[in-house]
Design a binder for this molecule. Sequence first.
Ligand SMILES: [Cu+2]
Length: 126
Amino acid sequence: MTLSRLAPVAALSLFLAASDAPAQQPAQFVVQLWSFGIAPNPIALAAGKRVTLTFVNRSGSSHDFTAQSFFANARITAGDAAEGEVELGPHETKSVTLIPRAGSYHAHCSHFLHTQMGMRDDIVVS
Ligand SMILES: [Cu+2]
């Protein structure tokens, strides 16, 4: 194939790549939970920018991601964080899409003694 035939294809793929990332596309952010920890720490998010938080429970035990103040101050557009909490069964993954408000928040697992064993985290929205 000659270069002159490849050029339109290259131009088309450039166009597709550019139109693939519109501004309203939420960013993805993965939060991992296990026995006993939450990562990353801190969870750093951009204020006012829509983001999909995907909570991945890597362990065979149930955990939750509890951050009442964080969720109460965010605008949730998809998913569920009822009472400021995302409950995860063994090896379960759940996503919540939201627009976070600037601030510093705490997160933890509310299961008995899990916070004390290391399941705590900070969320920094700036
Ligand atoms: Cu836990």
